[in-house]
Design a protein around this ligand. Structure first.
Ligand code: HEC
Length: 109
């Protein structure tokens, strides 16, 4: 059995568990209003984790990213390496929102 399949599943379950429990993250309150958060939690947590740091399947830690907002949007639109392109999946507004949300996770310059 390959572990790379089990790990994302574990994280997905963890994310679900956190959503229904009281929430151990502590810092989500301020982000609750962000429209990008829902997009992120639906599409990105499998590899990047709820806090952007998980780095599963070779994903980058988003909180330490040195990319500009424009560069991030380009990667979300067009994909990179193991990350699939999202331009067919998300609208321009959703990509805008999710990148804005990522930037609140830590690495904002
Ligand atoms: C299948 C796993 C996977 C999913 C799902 C995924 N990513 Fe990624 N992401 C990656 C990988 C792998 C990289 C590193 C690509 C590389 O540099 O080769 C990456 C890189 C990035 C980067 C660039 C970070 C940097 O500093 O170089 C951004 C921004 C990003 N992802 C945002 C997102 C967003 C937003 C979503 C959801 C819409 C998402 N990702 C969903 C795997 C994923």
């Amino acid at each position: 059995m390959s572990r790379s399949f089990i790990l994302p599943l574990g994280i997905a379950l963890l994310v679900l568990a956190c959503g229904s429990a009281s929430g151990t993250g502590g810092d989500h309150m301020a982000e609750e209003a962000s429209p990008g958060k829902a997009v992120f939690n639906m599409n990105c947590t499998l590899c990047h984790g709820r806090d952007g740091k998980a780095g599963l399947n070779g994903a980058k830690d988003l909180t330490v990213s040195t990319l500009t907002t424009e560069e991030m949007k380009a990667i979300v639109r067009n994909g990179k390496g193991a990350m699939a392109p999202y331009k067919q999946v998300l609208s321009a507004q959703e990509i805008e929102a999710v990148v804005t949300y990522i930037r609140t996770l830590g690495g904002a310059k």
